[in-house]
Write a protein that binds this ligand. Structure first.
Ligand code: GLU
Length: 470
């Protein structure tokens, strides 16, 4: 039975790279009828963020990555780690370290000054068990694992054979003086105890893997299969970072990206089908995903492509669904959203143009409020032209005489009026559009007129006539 896990640290937000890791694990589990587990790696108390774990669960739910087990919290499992540390101590695979923070700091600085990799010098490794037991009663300590001075070789399902030399790797602290394990120990113990068969995670953890391999060996356990996903990069090929844009999935949600578009986009950051398919339903992702087709080289995070993809998904949504999803954004912009049928008609007219759900309130606001704001540029370009005053006056009369005020009837009489006055249709369409919407661009004019209704159209046209009159 295949079992994978997503094991985020609760830092306060989900990194977009974390979402990709979660997605690949989820897809691998679903593809293989396996189990997807959520484990919150919260043993670093100095970085504890209130509410972060709940936030992770919420955002995974938003993304539709439902887990079968969890969330399990490492902070609930301290006794288990303690027992494993005792096992390592008893068997000589780890030792207590009593060095003060000052000593370690001085050592690190000296090594850096000599251009050596910072590494513990092993002072406490030579303490006898008796000395160590005695000191443990008097002083705070950490526990370090012994790193064997040999080549450590393992297979990675994406990168092939990977080699590290133990002499370059620190005797890693596995238990801190506060009694909490470090990532390395807790991660290995949990992966084993939770029955994880495949560890699929970001490349930044590759250099930790030799430590994990050694811990598995010390415990007498078989390691799981490892698969390290390529780094996510900024367009300038540097490591994707906050400084160059948003990396929090939560902020994509807030800006009005659809979860299915975000998932589809991150799917392609490091994985592709042979024919480079771009758009995937969840079912297709599950059916087609495989670790074998994950790439090794860094994947560039291209926000323009994500925006494009979001637009694609928005255009495909049924109007009821699109409106339902846009309503929180409409309300947040201060509009009432009680007349769903009317909102659907408004959103429908703009569906082609919407890229983000957060675009919606602005795109449809002139349907929702009485006092529209006239775009200065629109007034200068369109309204302050000779003849506009007369055109708007005439059109107001023509529209008020109509029996029925519909898309077809308004179009017919507007075109007839153009012919009668030997005007180009644009000479009428543009000022009418500006009069009723305040702007030069928008949905098809006559659909817009019908939806606004005669009263509002006439009111706005007359208002603009008044404005031109000064
Ligand atoms: N807690 C680690 C993280 O925050 C987990 C890494 C792993 O998957 O082993 O990403």
């Amino acid at each position: 039975m295949i079992k994978v896990r997503f094991a985020p640290s609760p830092t306060g937000f989900l990194h977009i790279g974390g979402l990709r890791t979660a997605l690949y694990n989820y897809l691998f589990a679903r593809h293989n009828n396996g189990i997807f587990l959520l484990r919150i790696e919260d043993t670093d108390r100095s970085r504890f963020v209130e509410g972060a774990a709940e936030g992770l669960v919420d955002i995974l739910k938003w993304a539709g990555l439902d887990f079968d087990e969890g969330p399990l919290f490492q902070s609930d499992r301290l006794d288990i780690y303690k027992e494993r540390v005792d096992f390592l101590l008893k068997n000589g695979f780890a030792y207590r370290c009593f060095c003060s923070a000052d000593r370690l700091d001085g050592m690190r600085k000296a090594q850096i000054a000599k251009k050596q990799p910072p590494k513990y010098d092993g002072l406490c490794k030579s303490l006898s068990p008796e000395e160590s037991d005695k000191l443990a009663k008097e002083k705070p300590f950490t526990v370090r694992m012994k790193m064997p001075q040999e080549e450590i070789i393992f297979d990675d399902a994406i990168r092939g054979t990977v080699k590290f030399h133990g002499s370059l790797i620190d005797d890693q602290v596995i238990l801190k003086s506060d009694g909490y394990p470090t990532y390395h120990l807790a991660n290995v113990v949990d992966d084993r105890m939770m029955g994880i068969t495949h560890v699929i995670r970001g490349e930044e953890w590759l250099s930790s893997t030799p430590k994990h391999i050694i811990l598995y060996r010390y415990f007498g356990w078989n390691p799981p299969v490892f698969a390290h996903l390529p780094l996510l990069l900024n367009p300038d090929k540097s490591k994707l970072s906050k400084r160059q844009g948003d990396v929090a999935v939560e902020s994509y949600k807030e800006k009005g990206y659809l979860p299915e578009a975000v998932l589809n986009y991150v799917l392609l950051l490091g994985w592709a089908t042979e024919d480079s398919q771009q758009i995937f339903s969840k079912e297709e992702m599950i059916a087609k995903f495989s670790i074998e087709r994950c790439g090794k080289s860094g994947a560039i995070f291209d926000i323009q492509k994500l925006i494009w993809m979001n637009g694609e998904y928005i255009r495909k949504l049924p109007i009821e669904e699109l409106t339902r999803r846009a309503i929180p954004f409409i309300e947040k912009a201060g509009f009432e959203a009680s007349d769903i049928g009317y909102l659907q008609k408004c959103v429908f007219l703009e569906q082609e143009k919407i890229k983000l759900l957060s675009d919606v309130p602005h795109l449809i606001d002139f349907f929702l409020k009485d006092d529209i704001i006239y775009d200065k540029n629109a007034l200068d370009k369109v309204v302050k032209k000779p003849g506009v005053f007369e055109i708007l006056n005439d059109i107001a009369v023509v529209y008020s005489e109509l029996k029925e005020f519909t898309e077809q009837s308004t179009e017919t009489v507007t075109r007839e009026y153009a012919i009668k006055k030997s005007l180009k249709t644009a000479q009428i369409f543009h000022p009418v559009r500006v009069a009723v919407s305040g702007r030069t661009e928008g949905p098809s004019l006559f659909h817009m007129l019908e939806l606004l209704g005669r009263d509002r159209v006439l009111k706005r046209v007359n208002y603009l006539i008044g404005e031109i009159n000064g």
